[in-house]
Design a protein around this ligand. Structure first.
Ligand SMILES: [Zn+2]
Length: 290
């Protein structure tokens, strides 16, 4: 899919929901490396993508959120980065067929950059650039820099991919107080990324749709154009056994979709805890039926 054209011509595109929590439901241990499943359990990854296609998703996000060499090194798998990212794109493409777009997921490195931490901007750019190139050369239709909380790090990441000829999308994660973990407001976030040439920018993860809607409205008020909303299925709660659960029903989740589109969202989907029924509910709310 030509995402740039689709975003221009269509009122909105429906993206998929969670991958990590879906793989956990298929047996991925909490704390295990999801990207290794691209090689070891590809049928499970494919099944999640296929379920989202059947639910109405038009953008599939690859199972590569933690596919940077830096993140994979935590599992001793850094030398498999290119292979695991390429497989992530191949599996998503198999489910997408010719209709849906394959969006290469790139998450933050998970460490603070200088001056707050040890990682230099140059090292970060090299890591992001390699991750982006692996996904782009495997044929991703676009890259999605997602769940960022540091606007400066996001800018480094997006710039590192600017020469690859693949369009970029990005989301940042704002808590229910309306700021990122670094204290960045939606207006400050937009100011930091406005000149990066992103096809669309928005918010994902951390909160449910109810808390995310004002963040989207604040981004719009700050001047952001095409927006992305990918909330969690409600606020996370800790179950008696210590696991994290997301309790918002698909019906309640989908009810927010028209408000997101009215607020300027061109891409609406879900993050942690959302499932194919949540995406189906978005489609029903936007298109009627079911
Ligand atoms: Zn999430």
């Amino acid at each position: 899919m030509d995402i740039e054209r689709a975003l221009r011509e269509r009122d909105y595109l429906i993206s998929d929901g969670a991958m990590g929590t879906m793989l956990q439901a298929r047996g991925l241990r909490v704390g295990a490396c999801p990207e290794l499943w691209n090689a070891e359990r590809p049928d499970d990854v494919l099944a999640v993508h296929t379920a989202y296609i059947e639910a109405g998703a038009e953008l599939l996000t690859t199972n590569s959120f933690g596919g940077s060499r830096h993140k994979l090194a935590q599992y001793g798998a850094e030398c498999r980065a290119d292979e695991l990212n390429a497989k992530a794109v191949e599996i998503a493409r198999r489910a997408a067929g010719g209709d849906a777009a394959v969006v290469g997921s790139i998450g933050p490195l998970g460490v603070l950059l200088e001056p707050y931490g040890d990682l230099t901007a140059e090292d970060a750019a090299a890591l992001y650039g390699a991750h982006a190139e692996a996904l782009a050369s495997a044929g991703a239709d676009a890259l999605l820099f997602e769940t960022f909380y540091d606007a400066a790090e996001l800018a480094i990441a997006v710039k590192s991919a600017s020469g690859l000829g693949v369009p970029a999308l990005a989301t940042m994660t704002f808590d229910s107080g309306g700021r990122t973990m670094m204290g960045t407001s939606p207006a400050q976030a937009w100011e930091a990324v406005a000149g990066l040439g992103l096809l669309a920018f928005g918010a994902n993860c951390s909160t449910g749709p109810d808390e995310m809607l004002p963040i989207i409205e604040a981004l719009r008020a700050a001047g952001a154009g095409a927006l992305i909303a990918q909330p969690n299925a409600g606020l996370p709660e800790t179950a008696p056994d210590g696991t994290t659960v997301y309790g918002q029903s698909p019906e309640s989740f989908g009810e927010y979709a028209p408000a997101f589109v009215a607020a300027g969202c061109k891409i609406v989907g879900g993050c942690c805890g959302s499932t194919p029924p949540h995406i189906r509910s978005i489609r029903a709310a936007l298109q009627g039926g079911e």
